[in-house]
Design a protein around this ligand. Structure first.
Ligand code: COA
Length: 768
């Protein structure tokens, strides 16, 4: 066994001595764990240690500590362990002279750790393929006349020796020099250049199951347990011990890029006057963040989670949270709700921030927030019925200044909310990672909390810990003025959000799979159907709604609901199969889906059910085909963006293809949709991306589907309630059709294209 183990590890004959490492600052804050004080029987000068980066994570250090102490106290001749954590093996050996040597740690190549640089690079699709697809996607979404103009423009752009070819060549060069040619362009276009306020418009939320807190102590216990889970998860990340994700669903089994996880606790979105910056604390020069910011009653507190080189226990965290609660209750010390500024438009917040930083107190406070692990908001009870819809809204925007809207700091990627009324969840700054990564993290936390009973006993922690610090702010009259403006804007946003969270109970993924259809494709077709179906009629929104949202319009306003048309639709498709992969767009508004919904909504149709079923199959196949293209890096949106941005970099005049009305329309996503499945009871939600559109997030389960539908009250053409009603009806009709036509025997037609696509991923986008 030992021999086998030796083969797996490279032993060092002379590693740096422990005290040398300490003196060199190599083991910055953990030296106490292994210094002579904690192991008095050990002569530290005899310990030769060769450090591996893995030891710099708390969990690895603790494992090391346990082993070291066991060896020293129990004096076995050797101690070895394989597979500590997920994929590390190491052994501690007593040398003949009695000193301890520590072999170099090596990651064992396992399914859990795949060399991420070995992932293929995102391919650049062929120019003509993208242009053809673009025309196909837009033909039925614009007028015939407009389409003819677009076709000419596109032909000119893609002509041999034309501008398209030049830009394509430059993109291919870019691909050679970057791990991911679209990453920066995409990040800026999708998030950093967007000037809209983060709540509702950009930051998605995960809504946890409603908690039953009977007393303040329950809330604080929950928060302490949650923070403990966060610190455990962060240890896994720090130790690079998180198992690699593998794709599920379509083209299952390929490893996925893990980069997004490493931004969960280490990034921060700094507002800028024109564009924001995503700051990453990856540099070793910058100390690792060791504090959580706790927001309570619009005040911000620094909760150190490592004190005297020790990570705080859950009990200690609870004690500290109690202190925070008491400090927040002190009316005399109450400071203005500065967090409100982060809920404003990005340019406005950048301006306010530039005023704030002129004062050194403010600078210090901002610095603490920008370097924290995460924000935990202890919210007041919002006093509303805890339905899924209400909880989703509270977590998305906090309910405005009158509720918990000022108890937020939107720039930080992870903001956990623990409401006194049991409304809990997390709202995220989206630019560092996608919802799927957020789900993995929050599922870990919820499972941690469910699986490991709170370690709190009734008594408070007895340890004497320094009290958490309140962050101080110096607010000039100008800042006070800006705070009022931010509060007003947040108030409007709160009033404007029209949300409906619906659990569709009639069936779920299992029924759809039995039809031999992709559940995701099926749901997307249903969304197209629902949007189209919303009938052309005038609907009177209530007087109250209009008084609140339409200040300039008459009290009773006719709302045209004249859809009967397909609209540009966005569905996120993960491209994490590639290095630094984020997402591309599945354009779900296919002509095949349109043909199906027309057939289903035409009252005078002479089509039989079998013919309608055939159209449903065509729509599902087209959707599945696009999905496979998108997840293998062959969709059109990132490619067109790349061509547009590289033209800018070359200082070329903006190509006509990108000033054309069709391109503008193609980017107005009236339907912004996303599948965010969970294995723990919770759901994701977000706001619409277009003022006249819907945001639809869905969570398909075996026998039900949760839909979170959002829109804006002040859009005359939308209503989340109506959309949900239409969707439920459409899903019912689609099920009836499947049952009538009994499609069970239909074979999976997409197998061939899946195999082909799978091969393409492995080949980094190249054809076989
Ligand atoms: N017959 C029977 N079963 C089928 C089927 C068919 N024709 N087609 C698919 N299935 C099965 C799959 O095998 C899968 O099974 P599983 O539940 O055992 O894993 C299941 O149905 C779901 O597959 P499907 O509905 O096709 O979707 P998917 O899981 O492949 O997801 C995307 C498709 C586009 C959503 C996914 O690839 C993706 O990109 N997800 C990320 C989205 C994202 O980023 N969201 C967050 C944005 S912030």
């Amino acid at each position: 066994m030992l021999e086998k183990h030796r083969r797996q590890t490279r032993h060092s004959t002379r590693g740096p001595r422990w005290e040398e490492l300490c003196m060199a600052g190599e083991v910055p804050r953990y030296q106490h764990l292994y210094g002579t004080n904690s192991c008095p029987s050990m002569d530290a000068s005899k310990v030769q240690v060769t450090l591996c980066k893995f030891f710099f994570s708390n969990s690895r250090l603790r494992t090391f500590e346990r082993k070291l102490i066991r060896i020293i106290s129990g004096s076995p001749r050797s101690d070895q362990s394989e597979g500590v954590g997920h994929n590390i093996s190491f052994s501690l050996l007593l040398t003949a002279s009695g000193s301890l040597t520590m072999p170099v740690l090596e990651r064992q190549p396992s399914r859990d750790q795949v060399d991420q640089s070995g992932l293929p690079k995102l391919p650049v699709p062929a120019l003509q393929q993208t242009l053809d697809m673009y025309l196909r996607c837009m033909k039925h979404l614009v007028s015939e006349e407009q389409f003819k103009r677009t076709r000419d423009i596109v032909q000119k752009f893609g002509a041999p020796g034309g501008l398209g070819e030049l830009l394509q060549e430059k993109l291919l060069e870019r691909k050679e020099t970057k791990p991911n040619w679209v990453y920066d362009y995409w990040l800026e276009d999708m998030y950093l250049n967007n000037r809209l306020a983060l709540p509702v418009n950009s930051s998605p939320a995960m809504v946890f199951p409603n908690q039953n807190f009977r007393a303040e102590s329950d809330t604080l216990r929950f928060a302490a347990h949650l923070i403990s889970g966060v610190l455990e998860y962060k240890c896994l990340l720090d130790g690079h011990a998180l198992p690699v994700d593998y794709a599920r669903g379509q083209l299952a089994g390929t490893p996925l890029c893990m980069d997004q996880y490493y931004r969960l606790f280490t990034s921060y979105r700094l507002p800028g006057p024109k564009t924001d910056t995503l700051v990453a604390q990856e540099s070793s020069v910058m100390p690792e963040p060791e504090h959580v910011i706790v927001a309570c009653k619009n005040q911000f507190f620094v909760l150190d989670v490592v004190i005297n080189f020790r990570r705080l226990s859950e009990k200690d965290l609870y004690t500290q949270l109690q202190k925070i609660k008491r400090m927040a209750d002190s009316v005399e010390e109450c400071l203005p709700p500065i967090g409100l500024l982060t809920s404003d438009g990005r340019t406005e917040w950048a301006e306010s921030r530039s005023i704030l930083v002129k004062d050194s107190t403010n600078r210090d406070s901002l610095d603490m927030i920008e370097r924290c692990v995460c924000v935990v908001c202890l919210d007041e009870s919002s006093g509303i019925e805890p339905s899924g819809t209400n909880r989703a809204m509270m977590i998305l925007h906090g309910g405005g200044l009158n509720r918990n809207g000022g108890n937020r700091w939107y720039d930080k990627p992870l903001q956990f909310l623990v409401g006194a009324d049991g409304c809990c969840g997390v709202v995220c700054e989206h630019s560092p990672f996608e919802g799927i990564v957020l789900v993995q993290c929050t599922e870990y936390l919820l499972k941690y909390m469910m699986g490991s009973p709170s370690k709190l006993v009734r008594a408070d922690s007895v340890s004497e810990l320094p009290a958490p610090r309140r962050l101080r702010w110096k607010c000039s009259p100008k800042i006070q003025e800006l705070l009022t403006a931010s509060a007003d804007k947040l108030h409007r946003l709160v009033r404007n959000l029209d949300m409906n969270v619906h659990k569709f109970n009639s069936y779920g993924k299992d029924f759809i799979k039995k039809q031999k259809m992709s559940p995701d494709a099926y749901i997307q077709v249903a969304l197209q159907f629902a949007f189209y179906r919303l009938v052309c009629r005038f609907h009177l929104k209530t007087v109250t709604q209009h008084r609140e949202t339409h200040h300039t319009k008459s009290d009773i306003y006719p709302i045209p609901r004249c859809h009967r048309r397909p609209v540009p639709t966005y569905e996120s498709a993960s491209i994490r199969r590639f290095q630094q992969g984020r997402v591309d767009n599945i354009r779900s508004s296919t002509s095949e889906a349109l043909a199906f919904v027309k057939a289903m909504t035409d009252k005078n149709t002479s089509l039989t059910d079998a013919e309608k079923m055939e159209k449903l199959w065509n729509a599902i196949r087209a959707q599945t085909h696009y999905t496979i293209l998108a997840i293998t890096g062959m969709a059109i949106d990132n490619h067109l963006l790349g061509l547009r941005e590289i033209a800018k970099e070359l200082n070329l005049e903006e190509p006509e293809i990108f000033t054309d009305e069709t391109y503008i329309i193609s980017n107005q996503f009236i339907l912004s949709t996303s599948q965010v499945p969970t294995t723990v009871e919770m759901f994701c939600c977000y706001g619409p991306v277009d003022p006249n559109g819907y945001g639809v997030c869905y969570n398909p389960q075996s026998d039900y589907i949760i839909f979170s539908v959002s829109s804006f009250h002040d859009s005359p053409g939308t209503s989340s309630d109506m959309f949900v009603k239409a969707l439920v009806a459409c899903l019912g009709e689609m099920q009836d059709l499947c049952r009538i036509c009994n499609t069970h025997a239909k074979p999976r037609k997409s197998t061939e294209s899946m195999e082909h696509a799978s091969h393409r991923v492995k080949n980094g986008g190249r054809e076989a």
